[in-house]
Design a protein around this ligand. Structure first.
Ligand code: SAH
Ligand code: MG
Length: 226
């Protein structure tokens, strides 16, 4: 052991992290025509380009497949790009529910799910996520995976809800752990605060075992213990 915090931290100039990211994207996460079209549609409608990156989508898809996910909940749909990566991990009778409060985003996402041939598997629910989640309390069917990617200030509340609604061995994962580099800024905003509080829950709640998948902007991921 060492108390030197610089102990084997990965730092290099050549090749750059950019080169490795490009390599991983090309080898493990090539986008097909549908994914390319979905991003083009989002751009044509003037939506912000804040969907997950291909190599992040592939990691999400991997998580879902490894646990044999049949029922997935996503909070934060945008144009449906991440939902398509996830829904493609589902069996034919699987289901992905995705929550979105902007009706325009929801509409574009529905068109993209049709384009991807996934309309039968994906259900877009419009409304403020905390309200929709409260309505969903009536249905006790557990989820295998919950993906948090909306307003990160509410991540502690989303995590609290998810712990109660994910089966043992299921996963709860949040995008944007590193807040695109701003997580550790001196003056943090409500989103970074929410992320830090959620990370604190993930590392201390005895019901969870957690890690960070360090791809893209990072996935903080918790498994609900059996
Ligand atoms: N997961 C998407 C990106 C989501 S961007 C992808 O990677 O492809 C975040 C989305 O969450 C936006 O569309 C925004 O409108 C929605 N959102 C933000 N706060 C929300 C809330 N409280 N309830 C529901 N949707 C919300
Ligand atoms: Mg995100």
């Amino acid at each position: 052991m060492t108390d030197n915090l610089d102990y084997r931290i990965l730092t290099f100039d050549q090749p750059t992290q950019r080169d490795f990211t490009r390599f991983v994207r090309q080898t493990f996460a090539p986008e097909d025509e549908v994914l390319l079209q979905v991003r083009a549609n989002a751009q044509a409608h003037g939506l912000p380009a804040i969907d997950i990156r291909p190599e992040e989508g592939q990691v999400l898809q991997f998580m879902a497949m490894v646990i044999g996910a049949r029922r997935i909940l996503e909070i934060g749909t945008l144009a449906g790009y991440s939902a398509i990566w996830l829904a493609r991990a589902l069996p034919a009778d699987g289901q992905l529910i995705t929550l979105e409060y902007d009706p325009r985003h929801a509409q574009i996402a529905r068109e993209n799910f049709a384009l991807a041939g996934l309309s039968d598997r994906v259900d877009v629910r419009e409304g403020v996520a905390l309200d929709t989640l409260a309505q969903m309390d009536a249905d006790p069917t557990p989820f295998d995976l919950v993906f948090l990617d909306a307003d990160k200030a509410n991540n502690p509340a989303y995590l609290t809800w998810a712990i109660e609604h994910v089966r043992p061995g299921g996963l709860i994962t949040s995008h944007n752990v590193f807040r695109e580099g701003h997580l550790l800024d001196q003056h943090i905003d409500a989103s970074a605060r929410g992320m830090l509080d959620m990370l604190d829950m993930m590392t201390t709640d005895p019901r969870l075992i957690s890690t960070i998948f360090w791809v893209g902007d990072g996935f903080a991921t918790a498994m609900v213990r059996a």
